[in-house]
Ligand binder design. Structure first.
Ligand code: ADP
Ligand code: MG
Length: 232
């Protein structure tokens, strides 16, 4: 019997495992971090400050990975509220721009009039952040990342897109995009996109990608009821 798990099944499996062990692993890590900080304040150990910084940074990184794990849990409670995606983008923009500027890159938002959607704001923030992070990481120095929102009348949907000027996604990576732990980065977790797919699923949204040597665009398509027309 050949057991084939769909991408969704695999995500759910990872999510359930994460939900059950995530918190348990976090508690001892918090204890270790606390004692490390205590030791770091001892004048006698001042010469080890650099090591303490590395240790707490690495603990924080492990903690981030657990956070990403937990957002894959399929039994997550979702809090839907009528929200305009543009508001979410505008709220996050200064923070994302600062992040971009630190790497000598820029982010430009090009937002059009779109109707509100039933969204979990926290989740959409994370979805956007993960896509923008990848876009910035793929960008060359001086590169620009474009965040767009628009109404797609043909498909009666609202589209959120993130475009970069990177060198694209290799075919063998593209084929498996969204698989947990798939990463081409030295310090990548390979959990950013799985989290995006999982959030999109919970919003009945679809994600598709166009990629080539001149850059990549991720499109997140949110279906809206045909009765709702775009705000004028
Ligand atoms: P991570 O960023 O930790 O590697 P992700 O799940 O966010 O994990 O992304 C998985 C992989 O998909 C990345 O390692 C990269 O190879 C590829 N990828 C994602 N977004 C882009 C992009 N905008 N341009 C090029 N490659 C990308
Ligand atoms: Mg990523």
């Amino acid at each position: 019997l050949e057991l084939q798990l769909s991408r969704l099944d695999r995500l759910n499996l990872v999510g359930q495992m994460a939900a059950s062990i995530g918190h348990e692993v976090r508690n001892p890590m918090t204890t270790v971090r606390g004692f490390l900080q205590l030791l770091a304040k001892k004048p006698a150990l001042a010469s080890y400050n650099e090591y303490f910084k590395i240790m707490t940074d690495e603990l924080d990184r492990a903690n981030d990975i657990i956070t990403e794990f937990l957002s894959l849990a399929n039994n997550k409670l979702i809090h839907l509220k009528s929200t305009c995606i543009n508001d979410i983008i505008n709220t996050m923009l200064p923070l994302m721009k600062a992040d971009a500027a630190a790497g000598n890159k820029d982010i430009i938002a090009d937002l059009s009039n779109i109707p509100d959607l039933a969204l979990d704001e926290k989740e959409i923030r994370q979805l956007l952040l993960n896509l923008v992070r990848n876009a910035l990481e793929a960008s060359p120095a001086g590169g620009v990342v474009y965040i767009r929102s628009f109404y797609d009348a043909t498909n009666v949907s609202v589209v959120l897109s993130v475009t970069d000027e990177g060198s694209g996604i290799a075919p063998e990576v593209l084929k498996q995009l969204g698989t947990p732990f798939l990463t081409t980065k030295e310090t990548g977790t390979g959990l950013g996109l799985p989290v995006c797919y999982s959030i999109a699923d919970r919003h009945q949204a679809g994600i598709d990608v166009t990629t080539g040597a001149r850059g990549t665009t991720f499109f997140v398509r949110f279906k809206i009821s045909p009765a709702i027309s775009p705000a004028s």
